[in-house]
Design a protein around this ligand. Sequence first.
Ligand SMILES: NC(=O)c1ccc[n+]([C@@H]2O[C@H](COP(=O)([O-])OP(=O)(O)OC[C@H]3O[C@@H](n4cnc5c(N)ncnc54)[C@H](O)[C@@H]3O)[C@@H](O)[C@H]2O)c1
Length: 433
Amino acid sequence: MTNICVVGTGYVGLVTGTCLAEMGHTVWCVDINEDKINRLNRGETPIYEAGLDELLHRNQGVKRLFFSNQLSVGLAQAEVVFLAINTPSSESGDADLSYLSAAVDTIVTHCDTHVGALRFLVIKSTVPVGTGAKIQQRLLPYGISVISNPEFLREGQAVQDALYPNRIVVGVNHVDAEKMMRRLYHGYVCRGVPLVVTTVPTSELIKYAANSFLATKISFINEMAMLCEAVGADVLDVAHAIGLDQRIGPHFLSPGPGFGGSCFPKDIQALQYTAKEKGVDLHVLQAVNQVNRRQREWVIRKVTSVVPRPCTIAVLGLAFKAGTDDMRDAPALTILPALLKLGYSIRAYDPVAMEMAKGFLGHDITYCEGVTATLIGSDVALILTEWDEFVTYSMADIKQHLTQPMVIDCRNILNRQLASDLGLTIIGIGRGI
Ligand SMILES: NC(=O)c1ccc[n+]([C@@H]2O[C@H](COP(=O)([O-])OP(=O)(O)OC[C@H]3O[C@@H](n4cnc5c(N)ncnc54)[C@H](O)[C@@H]3O)[C@@H](O)[C@H]2O)c1
C-alpha cells in the first residue's frame, strides 16, 4: 500500500483522499484552510456529499486517513502527492493557477530541506494543457515525475463516482509513473474500470473536452426547450426519444435554468482561452456559453411574464444542482438578485445549501426552514433545484399554502396532470403553460 499526501481538501481532495484510504492506502490530507482541517480533526465533514461522512469516519478510525494544515507533515512519509487545489477563472478567463503554484512552491521548499520518499506528483486539479510540463521542469532536479490524473466525479454523487468511476485517465511521461498509477488503481482495474494511459497534455485536454461536451448537451437541450415552447412541442418527449438513440444517450438532456457549478463555466472559459492563444476558434463552445446565459434570462422573463409585482416568490432550491451544497455559479446567483431588483420579495429554502447560500446571496432574502415555511407567506413558487424533497412534497399542500396556485418549475419535476387535477398551474421549461 502507498503513502499518499493529498493537497487541497475541498470537494475533490476530500473525496479522493477518503476513497484512496478506503482502497487501503495511508493518506494525509492537507489544506491551508485551518478551520476546515480543525473541523475534520473533530470528526466534522465540512461539505455535503452523500456517503462521505461514514467513509471518512471509518478510515479515520482505522488510522488510514489523517488531516493537517502543514504540508511538511503530509509529505513526511509520502511517496505520491496529489494536488486537488482550486483552479478558478481569472479575470481574463484563463485558469488562475496561483493557488496551485503556491502549493508547488511549498513542495519545492520541502524537497530542498528534506530527503524524503516523494517520487510522484499527481495533478488532479483541472489545469490548462501545458501546466504539467511546466511543473515537471520545476521538479526535475528532485527526480519527481509529474502525472496528470484528471477527476471526473460529479458533486452530489462524488463518493459513488470516485469509488466506481466510468474510467480513470492517466497522463504520464515515464514508465515508472505508469507503473505507480497502475499499482495505485489496481483495485479499480480488477473491478473492470478502464484505465486510459496517455501523455500528460492529452490527459489535460481530455478533462476539458469531457466537461465541454457535457455542457454542450445541456445547452443543446435548453435551446430545444425554447423552440419547443415556440412550436407547441414537449421537450421531455423530445429528450426521451433522442436519448434512446445509443449514439446520443439519455444523460445530460434535462432542460433547466442553465448549467452552473464550479466546473463547466470556468472550464469552458479556460479551454476557449487556451484555444485563442493557439489561434483556434471554438465556435461551438462560444454558442454553449451564450445559450447558457440566455437560459437564465429566459427564466427571469418567464417569471415576469406571469407573476405581477409586487409579489412574494417561494424559491425552492438554491444549489446549482441537487445533492450538493455547492453554490458556485449557481443559476440562483443570477436569477434571485435580478428578481429582487425587479421588485419581487423572495422567501427561499434549500435542503443543504442554506449556509453557503447566505454567504453568496446576502440578507435581502428571507431564508426559511423547510418547504412549508417557504410556501406560507408566498404568492407563487419557483423551483430552481431538482431535490427529491420537492418532488415528493404534496401538491395539494403547495396549492393550499400559496395565495396564487402557480409553480414555475424550472426542472420539470412536478407531475402536471396531478397538478392540473388539483387546480395548481405548473409552468415548466420547454413544455408550454
Ligand atoms: N468540484 C468538482 O465537482 C470537480 C470535479 C472535477 C474536477 N474538479 C477540479 O478539481 C480542483 C479542485 O476543485 P474543488 O471543487 O475540490 O475545489 P475546492 O475549492 O472545493 O477545494 C480546493 C481546496 O484547496 C485548498 N487550497 C488552496 N490552496 C492551497 C494550498 N496552497 N495548499 C493546500 N490547500 C490549498 C483550498 O483551501 C480548498 O479547500 C479544481 O481544479 C476543479 O476544477 C472539481
